[in-house]
Every structure is written in C-alpha cells, then in structure tokens.
Design a protein around this ligand. Sequence first.
Ligand SMILES: [Zn+2]
Length: 225
Amino acid sequence: MTMTFTPALLEQARRNAQRLAKAQNLKTFEAQNQIAQSKGFKNWSLFAKSCNASTTPPAAAPMQQPASKVRWYAHGDCQEEDRTLYYCSMCDIFASPDHFATQHRRSHAEQLQIKLQEYAKWPADTAQRIYRPADAYNLFAAELAALVAQQKARVASRSRFYRWLEKQANRDDPVGDLAYDITHDKGFPVEASLRKTRSYLESKWVSEAVMDALAQAWLEFSANK
Ligand SMILES: [Zn+2]
C-alpha cells in the first residue's frame, strides 16, 4: 500500500483530529499528534511538513478560510482535486482503485452505508461546517444499491414466527435469550418457520436448553396466533 502525503490528506487529518479531540475530550495538539503517530510520524508538525513538501507552491489560501465548508468524503468517494483517487475510510487515505481490492475488515458497501448513516446524523454544528455533494461520484454506489435491496428483501421475507421473536428479545427468560440471539444473527434464515429454525439451530450445535426454549417459544407463538 503506497501512501502519498498531500495537502488534501493533511486537511483530512486535521478534520479527523478535530473529531478525535471532541470525541475523547483531548486538546487539539494531542489529537493531532495521535493522528500523526498513527501515520508513522513522530509528531504533527513533521507530518504537516511532509504533506506540504509534496507540492511545489506552498499551500496557503485554503487553510485560512474558516467560514467555508469542508468537503466530507464518504468511503469510496472520488477526490475532487485528483479524480484518480478515492477515499478509503477504513485506512483514512486517498488511494487508487486497486487499493480497494485488498482485504479490509468489512465489505466496502457496508462501510459506505455506515459512513453515510453517520453523515446523516452529524450534530448541526458539525453539519454546518462540512458538505458532500448529492451527486458525489462513489466507487461503490452500485454495490451499496444491491446491499440495500438485499436488506429490504430480507426484512420483507421475515416469517410471522420471526416477527413474533423480534418482539420477545427484551424478555428476561430463556425465550428472550433465544429471541435475542436469533435476531442478532446475520445469517439466520428469517423466512424460516419452526422446522427450518430447528434445523438451523441444530446445525449450530446449540444445547438442549436452547431447543427447549425454541419449543416454548413456538408454543407461545401458536397460542397467540
Ligand atoms: Zn483501505
């Protein structure tokens, strides 16, 4: 993985430091040093020097416009200054598309979805200072659309038994525990009724007690129908 230290990256790091300082109640310089160290620098000023050294004219004007909004990049967003680079929010760098072919801790569509949800939820004072164009070009737009469609289909396909279980997840008894586990299992066949649920749980090598809880749950569900 190659990393180029550019003024754009410096600006991105500066914003991350502000966020970190706010989140962890640090002084700005402490957060900046932490960010610089995570990128392999001894401190912020060495990191900043390295970023600004990569351009011939010294970076000047953009940093001194506190009133203007800062472009916020979602995971996979194309960089505005250099259209060959895309933002990777898992590595916090701008990189060429081949960077995204390497193993990351979750899928790019999932990461993009998480970041866009965060963006929509920024508190007003932060939201006033950042922007992302509605038509921002993103490397994973199609994958995100497919993921959303898949999530919608899963929600729509939930069996009546599964919907009943969702409502039991807060209970403080074996049925509640079972309901909690099932509704937090991303691989669970949500369309399943009793027979398929039982064989799914059996395939997971669950205990007798869990199977008893399932029998109890089904009994209650049937009585409620
Ligand atoms: Zn990455």
